[in-house]
Design a protein around this ligand. Structure first.
Ligand code: FAD
Length: 332
């Protein structure tokens, strides 16, 4: 049986692995078969991860994190977790083709998925004008014209934030009213750089090596038009990857895994969660990494406490046996 199994190979999972491995816990990290490395595998330049003043390509950063985790003794398996049993002292983790693993603790760090528009060129131009994260990529759009798709709070927040860099920000929305809170709407309406494109959906993205224009379809008339932009921010929501723990771990109203205070402790002893899967707000590589640290330290403490309980019950048992032997000897 393992001391600790980490599920997920994003910044949260690998950072948890670095800490757990350095604590001598020989972690097993299940990294997924097709999406190993997490969200940063889908991006190009990462300029805000501390320690890389020149920036670093997303996949290179993830390779370095994996290398660092393996250097200290993490075993990484490229396989998907298909189901989990987290209740009780022994946690069981079933995988696609590597079999079943058992551990005394589990760190769940499966991240969250930005909702996509589902357009053919969306993936191809990801990191080349198409983005899901204004905090991450806004800086690359200085003096550019860009579009934000969405009508909720996060779309308004992204659009308003992006006006710090972009010359013009279109907000493309399928309806003629917004879902966003009143205050977020007003802030966006008052911003001179923001122009709303109502009753419109993006049906195409064009550009050879970078975004050049969007094809829009009017949701009322069906008419098509072109909107020349150099960037597209998709802000239509986010789904924490929690399907494996439904019915086992408590969730928040945002759909993330509920943890106790600033810790990574879930409702089940020995089960910890870290990264974007617990975070409805910040969702950055460095916050995910920090959260992985918290989870590893929590798991380490949990295991040490468990060892202590087991040790003292062994001592109690030995003392009880010794008393019994004494009694038997005295009776003779
Ligand atoms: C295009 C893009 C650009 C970004 N740019 C930046 C940036 O410049 N700076 C920044 O700080 N942040 C950036 N972010 C955000 C950042 O990538 C995330 O906040 C961060 O990756 C979250 O880390 P995580 O470890 O929680 O989850 P993730 O990185 O999402 O990793 C989750 C991991 O869990 C694995 N997993 C899921 N289900 C299973 C399963 N069943 N079995 C096994 N494994 C599983 C996945 O395969 C993945 O490896 C960007 C995000 C995107 C999408």
């Amino acid at each position: 049986m393992r001391e600790i199994i980490i599920i997920g190979s994003g910044p949260a999972g690998f950072t948890a692995a670095i800490y757990a491995a350095r604590a001598g816990l020989n972690p097993l990290l299940l990294a997924s078969s097709v999406e190993a490395g997490g969200e940063l595998m889908n991006t190009t330049e990462v300029e805000n991860f501390p320690g890389f003043p020149e920036g670093i390509q997303g996949p290179d950063l993830m390779m370095k994190l994996q290398e660092q985790a393996e250097k200290f003794g993490t075993e990484v398996i490229l396989d998907d977790v298909t189901s989990l049993h987290l209740d009780g002292d022994i946690k069981t983790v079933h995988t696609g083709y590597s079999g079943t693993f058992e551990a005394r603790s589990v760190i769940f760090a499966t991240g969250s998925a930005y909702r996509k528009l589902g357009l053919a060129d969306e993936e191809r131009l990801s990191g080349r004008g198409v983005s899901w994260c204004a905090t991450c990529d806004g800086f690359f759009f200085k003096t550019k014209t860009i579009a934000v798709v969405g009508g909720g709070d996060s779309a308004m927040e992204e659009a308003t934030f992006l006006t710090r860099f972009a010359e013009k920000v279109y907000v493309v929305h399928r309806k003629d009213t917004l879902r966003a809170s009143k205050i977020m709407q007003e802030r966006a309406f008052q911003n001179e750089k923001i122009e709303f494109v109502w009753n419109s959906e993006v049906v195409g993205i064009s550009g050879e090596s970078a975004v050049e224009a969007l094809s829009l379809r009017d949701t009322v008339t069906g008419e098509q038009s072109e909107l020349p932009v150099q960037g597209l921010f998709v802000a239509i929501g986010n789904d924490p990857r929690v399907h494996l723990v439904h019915g086992q771990l408590d969730l928040t109203a945002d759909g993330t895994i509920a943890v106790q205070g600033r810790s990574s402790k879930t409702n089940l002893p020995g089960v910890f969660a870290a990264g974007d899967v617990i975070d409805p707000h910040y969702r950055q590589a460095v916050t995910a990494a920090a959260s992985g640290t918290v989870a590893a330290l929590d798991a380490e403490q949990f295991l040490a406490a468990l060892d202590q309980v087991e040790e003292s019950s062994r001592v109690d048992l030995a003392a009880a046996l010794a008393d019994e032997v004494d009694d038997l000897v005295a009776a003779d």
